[in-house]
Each structure stands twice: as C-alpha cells, then as structure tokens.
Design a protein around this ligand. Structure first.
Ligand code: ADP
Ligand code: MG
Length: 469
C-alpha cells in the first residue's frame, strides 16, 4: 500500500504548486489501511481541516486509482514526532534561507496509540449530499465584489427553480464560486431536508459520463442526473470546453431539469459568451436565468474574510495582523486563506503568537521567488489558461474584447518581465506590427496607473501563476 500512497502523492505533486505541496502534503504520513479506512498521520490539527477541504478528493481519487480500491474513509491522527520534524524544518528555513529541506526525516513509527484521532468521512455515501460542510452562506463574507452573486444565490436557494434559473456565477480563481454554489445546496436542504441536491464538478460529470458509457451504465447515469435531482450544482463548467459529447449530454440534462422546474446553478471562470469552445445553444441557455459575477474583493472585504476564517478555525489574530494579511495578499481569497492557515501552522509549530512581526517574517519567506526564467511562450500559455482562450486566438487578429484584452495583458507581461523588443513581440504574437504592441503595453500600463482594479487583479493573478512554477 505504501507504494500506492507514494504514487498518489506523486500525482498530486504534479498538480499543486511546490509551495502548497511542501506545506500540506509533504509533512503527512501514510500509516495503514484497514477495513476501507486509510489512516493518515499529521503534524497538527490544522492539516486535517485544510487537506480535507482542498486536497482530500484529489488524494483519495489518486489513491483509489493506484491501489484499485473502491470507497475510502479517512482517519487522521496527530503525531507529535511529525510536528517535531516540521518544527526543525521551519526553524531552519527561518534562520537559513535557502533550499527547503528535501525529504523530512521519516518519522519514527510510534504511531500506535496516542494522538488525537479525528474522524473525517471523506466521501459521504453517494446517497447523501457531497456538499462541502464549510461552504455555507453563514461563512460567506459579503462585500461589493460579490454582493450580486451572493444575493442571486440566496434568491435561487429560497425559491429553487423559480426566477433565478439557471443561476450562472462566474469569476476568477479562488473568489468564492464553489463556496456560493455549495451554500445554495445547504440552504435548500435546510428548508427542505428531503431535497435531492447534486453537487458535481464538470470534470467529475465528464468522468462519470465516460465511465457510464464504457460500462453500459448510461441509463443509470441519466436517471441520476435527470430524474433524481432537485437541484443540480455544476461547478467549473468551463471544463466542458471542447468536450462536445459531454456538452451534448449536459445539454439534455439541463433541459430535462429545467423543464421540470428544477434549480440549476452553474459556475464558471468566464462569462458565458467568453467561454471558448462551448456550444452556442448551451451558452444561450446559461443566459436564460441570472448571470452574476464575482470580482476580487477589495481591502475591507479581505480584512473581514481573514477575521472570519481566523474565528472559524480558532486562530488568534489581531486586527493589525488581519489588516497586514489583507494588504499583502491581494490575488484571491483562497491564497489569503492559505496564507492565514500557513501562518497558523507555523505559529503552532514554533510556539509563537501570531503578531505582526511574526506575520511579516513568515510572509517574507513565502513571497514568490523573484522573476526567474520565464519565456514569452510561458507567459502566453499562462494568459491563455487564465482567460480560457486558445493560443491561436491569442495570436489571431480578432479584436473582440474576449481575446483582445488577454492579448494586451500578455504583451504587457512579456514586456514587463522579459524586456523583449516590441518588434520581436510583434512577431511572437502572430506577426503584428510593433506599434500594435507598443499601444497594447501603454494601454495596460495606463489602466494600472489609474488604479483599474480589474486589470491590476488580472495581472497579479497571472504573475502569481507564473511565479509558482
Ligand atoms: P472558486 O471556486 O471561485 O475558485 P472557492 O469558492 O473555492 O473559489 O473559494 C476559495 C476559498 O476562499 C474557499 O475556502 C472559500 O471559503 C473562501 N472564500 C471565497 N470568498 C469568500 C467570502 N466572500 N467569504 C468567505 N470565504 C470566502
Ligand atoms: Mg471552485
């Protein structure tokens, strides 16, 4: 089993940033597997919580795939010896600066009896909801950036299938889409405990669909999504781009539900019309109901979010520290939350209070490495991923905002980071005149200078992405 564990971790290493992998997954240990329960040892309690909300699905899926087993429960055990290893690593990192310690010394096998076990049902039985228990309206901080989406989600939840159907929520990474989508499910359930809520990512929908096709279970699949569902919560619909057959399936699912007045909530990282490679008839259906966006939160909202998360997780932070975090981490809420949790883990390991000095120190060692080798190609790729457009579109002559804006951002970033000449950039962007590039760069610079939030956040998010790998 151990080698399956290693392979599963290997998969995740490829999917997460080094920083997240090192912080959250490297320190944990596989203990044993018995009776469908995998026992995992962790350095302190924060790990269980964070891994469960962010990585557990991925981890279990990989583990099941490698080991060829079905359902898995998880049992967590806090193991002091792991904390000791991390403490040493953290201290080293704080005093020295360089290389994070490669493999932490593997913990002595004193796993046996002590340590606070925490039971975490990883994947509730399929008959029950698979909503994330933490993503509720009560834990969602409302501010100008998400007010509309929040209000629409509340309205959809209070009268499902009525006015706001479908509800289409779009916004950048880590801004609360999944949170809101789950919150709708919880709210409907609390009003109508027997409601059948299906929360599914488009990726999962796709995988299930393909599996059902291959295993002659398509009728069951359809029955589940079309006839046994009162609220369908479909997360990250942009995943269906290019997947024509799954789109077609989803189209019929949509129709079946819609015509029996079932509520549909869809999230996406782009506005319906900006989703590349999506069938027109689906796009138009997404606009039948309500389309609401989520923007990056402004400072006050970020402060409130830090405070709320800290309270929820039992982390003591002063207003001063909350402010500092909110000022420093601007890209998105997930990053903000991650930073807070990392701080908490570190503080607990080093047994220090989270004061401003500590926060400063800790964040300093986490600031992204300064621009290391990036290429025009990498920037173009990151921009395409961020906007969910194709490389050919980026380099095309289309002037529609959905591609023209990403193109300008990409040109700006190339110029900023690489100082590539305007002429060369013109060539690399599909043979454009150098004046086109100059204008693009100036335009983005101008908007950044005039404090245009959308542009600033976009650029930051992409830079962040670039710095991570
Ligand atoms: P997305 O699905 O848009 O990528 P998520 O919904 O996963 O983003 O949000 C990322 C993290 O940030 C989650 O842990 C979520 O709880 C938190 N979050 C985002 N927006 C808010 C908010 N307004 N209030 C509280 N938490 C938030
Ligand atoms: Mg999400």
């Amino acid at each position: 089993m151990n080698e399956h564990w290693e392979s599963a971790l290997g998969d995740l290493r490829g999917r997460l940033s080094t920083e997240n992998f090192d912080t959250w997954l490297r320190p944990i240990r596989f203990d044993r597997l018995d009776a469908g329960t995998v026992h995992i040892r962790i350095p302190n309690r924060f790990y269980a919580e964070w891994i469960r909300t962010h990585y557990l699905d991925l981890l279990l899926e990989a583990l099941k795939r490698h080991a060829g087993i079905g359902e898995l429960d998880v049992e967590w055990k806090v193991d002091e010896s792991l904390a000791e290893a991390e403490r040493q690593a953290a201290q080293q990192a704080a005093t020295a600066e360089p290389e994070p310690p490669g493999a932490a010394p593997s913990a002595s096998a004193s796993a046996g009896t002590d340590g606070a076990g925490e039971r975490g049902a990883s994947q509730p039985p399929a008959s029950h909801t698979n909503l994330n228990p933490k993503y509720r309206f009560e834990s969602f901080v409302v501010g100008p950036s998400n007010q509309l989406a929040h209000a629409a989600a509340m309205a959809a939840a209070s009268s499902p299938g009525a006015r706001y159907n479908p509800l289409f929520i779009y916004g950048g990474v880590g801004l609360g889409k999944t949170h809101l989508v789950n919150a709708v499910g919880h709210r409907v359930l609390s009003d109508r405990p027997d409601a059948r809520i299906l929360y599914v990512s488009a990726e999962r929908f796709t995988n299930e669909f393909i599996w059902a096709l291959q295993n002659h279970r398509i009728n069951e699949f359809r029955d589940r999504y079309r006839n046994n569902c009162d609220v369908l919560l479909m997360d990250d619909i942009q995943f269906l781009a290019k997947r024509e057959q799954t789109q077609e399936e989803f189209f019929h699912t949509f129709n079946a539900l819609y015509h029996s007045d079932k509520q549909i909530v869809v999230s996406s990282d782009a506005y319906p019309q900006q989703m590349g490679q999506m069938e027109e008839r689906l796009i138009s259906r997404f606009q039948w109901g309500m389309v609401a966006d989520i923007q990056a939160p402004e400072l006050d909202t970020r402060v409130a979010i830090v405070k709320k998360k800290a309270e929820q997780e039992g982390i003591a932070v002063s207003g001063e520290v909350a402010n500092f975090l909110a000022q420093t981490v601007r890209s998105n809420v997930r990053e903000l939350e991650g930073t807070l949790l990392r701080l908490a883990v570190k503080a607990e390991l080093l047994q220090r209070p989270i004061d401003l000095e500590f926060a400063r120190e800790a964040l300093r060692s986490h600031t992204p490495r300064p621009t290391h080798a990036t290429t025009v190609e990498q920037i173009q790729k990151a921009v395409c991923e961020y906007f969910n457009i194709r490389m050919t579109e980026l380099k095309s002559r289309r002037r529609h905002r959905s591609v023209a804006y990403p193109r300008m951002v990409a040109m700006y970033l190339c110029r900023q980071r690489l100082r590539t000449s305007y002429t060369e950039l013109g060539e690399r962007f599909g043979g454009k005149d150098h004046t086109t590039v100059i204008n693009a760069v100036r335009k983005i610079e101008g908007r950044i200078d005039s404090d245009d939030r959308e542009v600033i956040d976009t650029v930051e998010a992409i830079e962040f992405k670039l710095n991570k790998n």
